[in-house]
Design a binder for this molecule. Structure first.
Ligand SMILES: Cc1cc2nc3c(=O)[nH]c(=O)nc-3n(C[C@H](O)[C@H](O)[C@H](O)COP(=O)(O)O)c2cc1C
Length: 216
């Protein structure tokens, strides 16, 4: 499919069927991930395609506990939001409930891992949370999401399980020194799948020649 169409319709798809994804297709999704840039071309990430019932069930159990807390907090905040936000966020939270209840059934959970020792983390001394290291993993995750979208597969980047990193590492045999940064459920959509997204316009996001002057 056309790249701009894929990018502009890549939304979170949380209602996924349990039908298996052919191995060759799973490989193709990860191949797209390997094409992403990384600092110094160090390629300091690996991914685990979790497809077996047992580890998926444990990941789902951990995820459901995290989601329940997260969703309750968000629903409380929604009480003060405007109607448009209440409707949009309410729908996303309902879809999130569905994912949390059905995560063990999805055919694939892609767990992305990184080795911080092999990352060029150039903002480490800035006295704020560092983000540059993530730049050597998340482009690979985005390529993976786009490849899934192009194949008509639904997916969503999730990070709630990063709070359970020690348990996830032990479950999947991830070595010492490695971290986890994304858990991506993938499957054929139950409903329409990808489609229109709500984002701020370019003029609110991008400035010209210094902070504050709009591009468009
Ligand atoms: C860094 C990051 C972490 C996210 N973590 C989760 C998550 O743990 N669970 C979830 O359901 N969605 C998660 N999302 C998906 C976002 O909620 C979603 O992309 C956003 O609300 C926009 O929705 P849309 O893509 O459908 O337009 C995450 C997205 C990003 C980029």
């Amino acid at each position: 499919m056309e790249l701009r169409e894929a990018m502009s319709t890549l939304r979170a798809v949380r209602r996924l069927q349990s039908e298996p994804i052919p191995r060759e297709l799973v490989s193709r999704l990860f191949e797209a991930a390997t094409w992403a840039p990384t600092g110094g071309n160090a390629q300091p990430w690996r991914a685990i395609a979790v497809m077996a019932a047992e580890p998926k069930a444990r990941l789902a159990e951990l995820y459901a506990a995290r989601w329940t807390d997260y969703a309750a907090g968000n629903r409380r905040l929604l009480a003060d939001a405007d109607e448009e936000t209440r409707i949009a966020v309410g729908k996303a939270l309902d879809a999130g409930d569905y994912l949390a209840e059905h995560l063990h059934e999805v055919p694939l959970i892609a767990v992305f891992c990184f080795d911080p020792k092999r990352m060029a983390i150039t903002d480490i001394d800035q006295g704020r949370p560092s983000v540059v290291g993530g730049g050597s993993v998340y482009p690979a995750v985005q390529n993976f999401l786009l490849a899934a979208r192009a194949e008509g597969l639904g997916c969503v980047l999730t990070t709630l399980l990063c709070q359970d990193e020690p348990e996830v590492k032990s479950l999947l045999g991830i070595p010492d020194g490695w971290g986890t940064c994304a858990h991506v459920p993938v499957g054929w959509p139950v409903r329409g799948g990808h489609g229109p997204i709500r984002r701020r316009p370019v003029r609110e996001m991008v400035y010209v020649d210094g902070w504050g002057r709009c591009l468009a």
